[in-house]
Design a protein around this ligand. Structure first.
Ligand SMILES: [Cu+2]
Length: 318
């Protein structure tokens, strides 16, 4: 009896340990982030406009590994392969240069982390697709990531290109000019074929301060499962298609989980910059101060009109 109790206690300790370990590990989804920026000092202030370029501009993209929602960083464990496909379909391989970026670790402490950067010249109008392949043994993931750099008025050429990555998301929705509240639709491919019935994780990036604040709020409001708020999940249908509403402005990540190869899950990732509501609701109200726009005025006008009609009819009758 005594022995059985002891065994049960040991088992409970082991199980608790395993639970804590897994809870830390799966706090939310790791993503390979591609953030364009003018300088390393401003990478974490990434905005949708950073994914827009002028012709002739040199674009530098910073590649980081972490939890975008909580603003948690990890070292990149291997050198990412970085390339760009130009609007005319030509592919250029880029040199990934190792850098260190300031960030916050999984325990909430500040630290510096291994990341990479790469540059290219935007020499064509249209859409250049920056794509990255990154392997992480620790997370047992191979990421195939795409981010679109758009250049030129009405030059909506190239955003839906199929690159032929091992795992790839091809958008159905043009991934720029999107506002908060818009629905993003795309298709997940694996080896060029539709990836059916796959998990698609959806996560929005937060700056450090906002990340801390929102994680705390989620932990207070949903203590039974805060990460359910960090990482949303949808699935692909039989044709590999999926849809999700981008309900807030900012930089969004979609990751579709494919099969495992030599212990590494092959995942396709697509990054989408989302603008604020346009036109902003406040502006509309401010810019239309005429009384005619208010329903109250129209009602008064209708009633006044009726009185005039009744008056004219009565006058005729006399
Ligand atoms: Cu993670």
């Amino acid at each position: 009896m005594e022995r059985r109790k002891k065994m049960a206690t040991i088992a409970a300790i082991i199980l608790t340990g395993l639970f804590i370990a897994s809870a830390v590990g799966i706090a939310s989804a790791h993503f390979t982030m591609i953030f364009p920026s003018d300088s390393q000092a401003t990478i974490w202030d990434v905005a949708p406009e950073d994914y827009i370029a002028e012709r002739g501009e040199t674009k530098t993209v910073y590649i980081m590994w972490g939890h975008p929602y909580e603003h948690i960083s990890f070292d990149m464990a291997s050198v990412p392969e970085v390339s760009v496909m130009k609007p005319d379909g030509t592919v250029e391989q880029l040199t990934a240069e190792e850098i260190t970026v300031d960030g916050m670790d999984v325990e909430g402490n500040p630290g510096t982390f291994v990341a990479y950067k790469a540059s290219f010249t935007v020499d064509q109008r249209g859409d250049s697709i920056v794509f990255v392949r990154y392997e992480d043994e620790d997370q047992k993931l191979t990421d195939y990531v795409k981010a679109i750099i758009h250049c030129g008025e009405e030059q909506w050429i190239g955003w839906d290109a199929k690159l032929g990555q091992k795992a790839e998301i091809v958008p159905f929705t043009r991934p720029y000019g999107l506002e908060e509240g818009f629905v993003f639709t795309g298709k997940a491919l694996y080896d060029g074929n539709a990836l059916p019935d796959a998990d698609v994780e959806v996560e929005k990036y937060h700056t450090l301060d906002l990340g801390k604040e929102i994680v705390e709020a989620a932990e207070t409001m949903y203590p039974y499962d805060p990460p359910m708020m960090f990482t949303r999940v949808t699935k692909t249908n039989a044709a590999g298609g999926f849809a999700y509403t981008l309900d807030e402005p900012g930089i969004w990540f979609f990751g579709a989980y494919g099969p495992e190869i030599e212990g590494l899950t092959q995942r396709s990732v697509f990054i989408i910059p989302v603008l604020e509501e346009f036109p902003a609701e406040k502006e509309v109200v401010a810019e239309t101060p005429t009384a005619a726009a208010s329903p109250g005025f129209s009602a008064i006008a209708v009633i006044a009109g009726l009185f005039i009609v009744v008056y004219l009819v009565k006058r005729k009758e006399r």
